[in-house]
Design a protein around this ligand. Structure first.
Ligand SMILES: Cc1cc2nc3c(=O)[nH]c(=O)nc-3n(C[C@H](O)[C@H](O)[C@H](O)COP(=O)(O)OP(=O)(O)OC[C@H]3O[C@@H](n4cnc5c(N)ncnc54)[C@H](O)[C@@H]3O)c2cc1C
Length: 317
């Protein structure tokens, strides 16, 4: 809960058991730091690990272990906090300046809204690209398309496959498994994320998307989302997660109906210090443009801003 935007929670937050009073004052200082530094300035800050950044900033072990590892574990998909401190500064700034949001129609509502503003025949789906040249795109179907400009807006692996000479080495991926359950009653009953700050166990965080957008569950039901970081052993995963969540929410977890488990091996490109490439937000190679989250900060914001920078560069050219 951001006490600066919801001051009624300030007292509760000051005495909450996560971190010392000094840590809480440091959060206020970090917030100011995020507001005072532009995205361009953040991109030129020293690039160290997030853990090193938090220690340099003065946070205690208790705050780092009890809060940052689980909260940022859910964002970076790693609890070791080895992700670039520029990525940390970027996401902290986003949380400070804006609000986390969930589209009522699901995440696909974002590309659908973007696509709806384009001419009907401007997007071709299910057309896998096999190779690109500066003015030609070849599809796996054998068809060739000519264009004034070619932009490779794929994930990092596909871009490296299409343009091997541009990428010296692949970045690697962060993975996650997401388990979804249907519950009669929301175990949280408010728009919050429950974090595992204990440092042990499988589950990193739990949220109930239908507490934010009721359209995520049928009327009278709640959708519970459980995140496990990395590539957990699939055998009995649901059972092990349920047993662990019994300590969080009680025996009611055994009444939940398991809907589905997704193992997403390629969730986010790894973003070690030094890996957030150009400040322009895109790359070029033999007249071909490359954009996407792997060129900036691995996020929707990063992917969109990379696309915008590329489009502006093409307009200017
Ligand atoms: C579980 C999960 C939760 C996330 N939560 C958040 C969040 O809360 N907030 C946030 O900001 N970010 C989040 N992210 C990250 C965010 O989704 C990504 O950073 C973003 O979608 C990247 O967009 P992109 O356009 O760069 O790449 P992508 O979304 O990967 O799009 C690349 C496209 O290229 C296509 N493609 C690949 N190869 C070819 C080929 N040869 N021919 C034709 N097409 C090809 C792919 O099919 C794909 O459609 C999350 C990611 C995951 C997996």
């Amino acid at each position: 809960m951001d006490v600066f935007r919801c001051p009624q929670y300030a007292l509760g937050s000051a005495v909450a058991p996560v971190g010392s009073l000094r840590d809480k004052l440091l959060v206020a200082k970090l917030r100011l730091h995020a507001l005072q530094n532009s995205l361009e300035e953040i991109a030129s800050h020293p690039d160290i690990t997030t853990e090193a950044f938090l220690r340099q900033f003065g946070f205690s072990d208790a705050m780092i272990d009890g809060f940052f590892r689980s909260f940022y574990g859910g964002i970076f998909l790693e609890r070791e906090l080895q992700t670039s401190s520029r990525m940390f500064e970027f996401t902290f700034k986003m949380f400070t300046e804006g609000f986390a949001a969930l589209p009522a129609g699901g995440m696909r509502a974002i590309p659908e809204q973007l696509a709806a503003r384009l001419p009907a025949d401007s997007i071709r789906l299910n057309a896998r690209v096999s190779s690109v040249e500066s003015n030609t795109v070849s599809l796996e179907s054998g068809e060739s398309l000519e264009a004034d400009h070619v932009v490779v807006a794929t994930d990092a692996d596909a871009a490296a496959h299409l343009l091997p000479s541009l990428f010296e080495r692949r970045k690697g991926w962060r993975s996650t498994a997401n388990l979804y359950f249907s519950a009669e009653i929301s175990p949280l009953n408010e728009a919050i994320i429950a974090l595992n700050g204990t440092g042990t166990g499988l589950v990193n965080n739990v949220c109930v998307p239908s507490d934010v957008a009721p359209s995520y569950a049928p009327i009278g039901k709640s959708l519970v989302s459980v995140s496990v970081l990395g590539n957990p052993e699939p055998l009995d995963l649901e059972k092990r997660v349920r047993n662990e969540l019994q300590d969080w929410f009680g025996y009611e977890v055994h009444q939940w109906q398991h809907l589905r488990t997704y193992h997403i091996h390629h969730s986010l490109p790894q973003q070690a210090p030094g890996s957030i490439v150009p400040s322009s937000g895109f790359l070029t190679h033999n007249g071909i443009y490359v954009c996407g989250d792997h060129c900036t900060t691995a996020s929707i914001e990063g992917a969109i801003s990379s696309g915008l920078h590329t489009a502006n560069a093409i307009r200017r050219s």
